[in-house]
Each structure stands twice: as C-alpha cells, then as structure tokens.
Design a protein around this ligand. Sequence first.
Ligand SMILES: Nc1ncnc2c1ncn2[C@@H]1O[C@H](COP(=O)(O)OP(=O)(O)OP(=O)(O)O)[C@@H](O)[C@H]1O
Ligand SMILES: [Mg+2]
Length: 199
Amino acid sequence: MNKKGAFIVIEGLDGSGKTTQAKLLAAKLRKNHKAVYTQEPSKGKIGKFIRNRILYGEKRFSTTIEALMFAADRLEHIQNEVLPALAGGYVVVSDRYVYSSLAYQGSAGLSLEWIETINEHALKPDLALFIDVDPEAVQARLKSRKSVMENLETQRKVRKIYQKFIEKGELVRIDGDKPKTAVAQEILKVATAFLKTRS
Ligand SMILES: Nc1ncnc2c1ncn2[C@@H]1O[C@H](COP(=O)(O)OP(=O)(O)OP(=O)(O)O)[C@@H](O)[C@H]1O
Ligand SMILES: [Mg+2]
C-alpha cells in the first residue's frame, strides 16, 4: 500500500472525457491507494459563483477578471481540498487545473506569462495529463450542455496552447479519441507507473 500522497491533474477540451476519466482513475487507484476526486471550478464559494454565474449563467466579466477569479478559486481548491487530502496520504485527481486557465484565458488573448504570474502560488502538480481529442469530433458530445467557452474555433485555439505544454514536457498526452475503456487503461498505466517511481 502506497501511503504517499500525489497530485495528479487531468486536462482537456470541453467534452474530452476529463470528468469520466478523473472519476474512473480515482476509483481504480482506490484498489491500492487512498484516492480522491476533485474538480475546478471548486466546491468553494468562488467556484460555485464561477460555475453558476459565469460558465452557465448570463453574467460575463472581462477576460482579465475571469482569469483572476479562476486563480482565486484555485487557491481555495488547494487550501480546502488538495492540501488536506495530500496531508492524509491521498492521491488527489483533479478534473482541470492551472493549464485550463493558461489554455482558455490564453486563447482569449491574455498573456501566458501573466496567467502564470497570478497562479504562482498554485501548487505544482506531480503529474499532469492531457486527454487529446479531435475538437470537431467532440462537438457532438456537447450538444446538450454547451458552456460559454465551447465553440469550435475556441476549442482549436485552446488545444494549440495545451499542445505547447505537451512540447515543453509539462503535460503527458493521452489519446482521447479512443473508447472510454481504452482511454482509462492508458491513463491508469501512466499514473501507476508514475506512482511507482515515488513509492
Ligand atoms: N472516450 C470516449 N468516447 C466517447 N464518448 C465519451 C468518451 N469519454 C467520454 N465520453 C462521453 O462524452 C461526454 C463528455 O464526457 P465528460 O463529461 O467526461 O467530458 P468532460 O471533459 O468532463 O467535459 P466538460 O469539459 O464539459 O466538463 C459524456 O457524455 C461522456 O459519456
Ligand atoms: Mg467535466
């Protein structure tokens, strides 16, 4: 039994399977580890505000304000959910993290350097995975619950930024165009190999 905590984040475009896969990974890891699923926007007050009023509500703020809100929510997420779980020896699997801010607010025109600056207090993940999907192919998955960020052109721009972080070696690419079970297998393989190196 590996008692050491780890912070794993799952990133990807809208509808790429992040929630499906992050929950599955946490469940599979529970065979050998303590594991917990968390997500951004978080369950905290700022997270709820972002989810209800910005992503699916009518109120849009400037991109700059939105970036600051996501960064503030991230610190709440870390303080209230991630750090306590890590201290308890849990593997934390987060559905979205700082790369979402870089990719989405970056695609909306903000500089990546500034987004990095406002997130400089955010804990660095131990392992960051990117579920890579064809933006066009996943549009069909989204039709019933489109948020404000989801048009195809935006998704293409967002993917380009994620790709930069794959090239830098910060994100590990997972082929997300395969069926759910195949994607889950690949993610479990990468996560397990990583956790072994730390035990
Ligand atoms: N590999 C896959 N192949 C086909 N459909 C999938 C696959 N993975 C997930 N789905 C389906 O696509 C939809 C979106 O999946 P999911 O909610 O996990 O994505 P998400 O990345 O969390 O989306 P969002 O960004 O909107 O939160 C769901 O209906 C899910 O069942
Ligand atoms: Mg989701």
